[in-house]
Design a protein around this ligand. Structure first.
Ligand code: GDD
Length: 395
């Protein structure tokens, strides 16, 4: 593919956050001459490089009662060499949707001889392995894994670790375009190929997110992303003393993390998970608060934001859901030790303006799952590996 070279990087302590890079062309051919690195601000990432990273990557699909047709499309878009890990919280009673997902996955894997794992979030064996490894943060009062997309992501990344993968990417199950999924994963690979550090993250910015309102309108920014990005930028600006607009992917559900970085990040519940990843990176490696991770400070953390060619079309879940997402995202900023009094006040005013909280109220702190590194990963991996065959889509 051809992609814009990283042009400008905002440095915040050891964090190198790159401005958005646009995909210029999805394919760069085998014959075309490689332009001198960075010529015209565009670089070529060849197929071999993309395949190299895809082979080391697991793609986690969190799913909860989505249309089966969409799920099938998503799987069909994931590059063949990636390990697919589906973490489902779909209903089992009445209609066993989890079983239907397993059947669909099994069929595609059979047709295409590919590997995939599928696990139910509420499988007691997963909860037992987590408890054995001392990772109770992910467990609810009933002793099973909590509800929510965040818990699914953490289980997925732990399974990716157990499968020996070095990178883990996330894609939602409710995407209408398999071709967009293919592009997201190729962009993850492209991002990792540009990283200088072992600690890296790639976040996807959609080219457009079409809306149906008196015709098809190719909208670029949603209300949630505009607000989240603004306050994440304000958080950085308040610390570096210069206004920045570098953050454009605060809510990026589609993103990927090197396993080394994924293991040392805490994860916030529900839809706060993506903004919290950035907030935690700023807190831990921004050079303002103390950190124990000397190795990471030395290598730095590379964050890439890649803008796709494909538009993004997914299931819409209503206005209340959007308010929930704004509240979650702004809570991560409000409760960060990096957030000063002035910014806290600005966040509160925004939440009141959006009719999400009332005057005088505060956002509640979010449930944060400690970084996976805090658990005995070896114990978890050993326990989960014993059961691995049970999770294989191809039995
Ligand atoms: N396993 C599991 N468990 N999956 C879940 C759960 C759960 O409890 N809740 C939701 N999911 C799955 C959905 O089935 C879907 O595949 C994905 O997680 C995203 O959930 P949605 O509810 O569809 O989120 P959204 O489309 O509103 O928001 C998405 O995009 C945002 C960026 O605009 C999410 O990815 C957000 O995290 C993201 O910020």
């Amino acid at each position: 593919m051809y992609i814009e070279s990283p042009r400008y990087t905002e440095r915040f302590g050891s964090v190198r956050m790159n401005y958005v890079q646009m995909v210029v062309a999805l394919d760069s051919g085998t014959k075309s001459e490689l332009p001198p690195h960075g010529a015209m601000g565009v670089m070529k990432i060849d197929e071999e490089t993309i395949k190299h990273f895809e082979d080391k990557m697991a793609i986690v699909i969190p799913i909860k009662d989505e249309k089966l047709k969409l799920f099938e499309g998503v799987i069909s878009g994931i590059p063949h060499d990636c390990l697919v890990i589906t973490v489902s919280n779909s209903q089992i009673e009445k209609i066993d949707r989890f079983r239907m997902e397993g059947d669909a996955l099994n069929q595609i894997c059979r047709f295409t001889s590919r590997e995939a794992l599928i696990v139910h979030q509420k499988d007691p064996a997963i909860a037992e392995s987590l408890a054995e490894a001392g990772y109770n943060d992910l467990l609810g009062e009933d002793g099973l894994v909590r509800d929510g997309k965040c818990a699914a992501m953490v289980i997925g990344l732990l399974m990716a670790k157990a499968a020996g993968k070095e990178y883990v990417g996330f894609v939602d199950a409710d995407n209408y375009f398999p071709g967009a999924i293919l592009e997201y994963v190729r962009n993850y690979a492209a991002g990792f190929s540009m990283a200088k550090s072992d600690y890296s993250m790639v976040r996807i910015l959609w080219h457009y997110k079409p809306k149906l309102s008196a015709g098809l309108y190719f909208k670029k920014w949603g209300r949630v992303s505009e607000i989240t990005n603004k306050y994440l930028n304000d958080l950085i600006s308040s610390k570096i003393g210069f206004e920045t607009e570098v953050v454009k992917t605060g809510n990026a559900g589609e993103h990927a993390i090197s396993m080394k970085l994924a293991e040392i990040l805490p994860y916030a519940a529900g839809y706060a998970v993506e903004p919290q990843e950035l907030v935690s990176i700023f807190e831990n490696f921004g050079g303002i608060l103390p950190t124990r991770e000397r190795k990471v400070m030395e290598q730095g953390v590379d964050i890439f934001q890649i803008e796709t060619r494909n538009p993004h079309l997914h299931e819409e879940k209503g206005d209340e859901h959007l308010k929930d997402m704004i509240l979650s995202a702004l809570s991560t900023i409000y409760h960060s030790p990096l957030c000063d009094k002035e910014l806290k006040q600005a966040v509160l005013s925004e939440l009141v303006r959006q009719s999400i909280i009332k005057e005088g109220e505060e956002p509640l702190p979010l449930h944060i799952t400690a970084a996976p590194k805090k658990m005995d990963t070896k114990k978890f991996v050993a326990a989960i590996q014993e059961d691995f065959d049970k999770y294989r889509a191809l039995q």
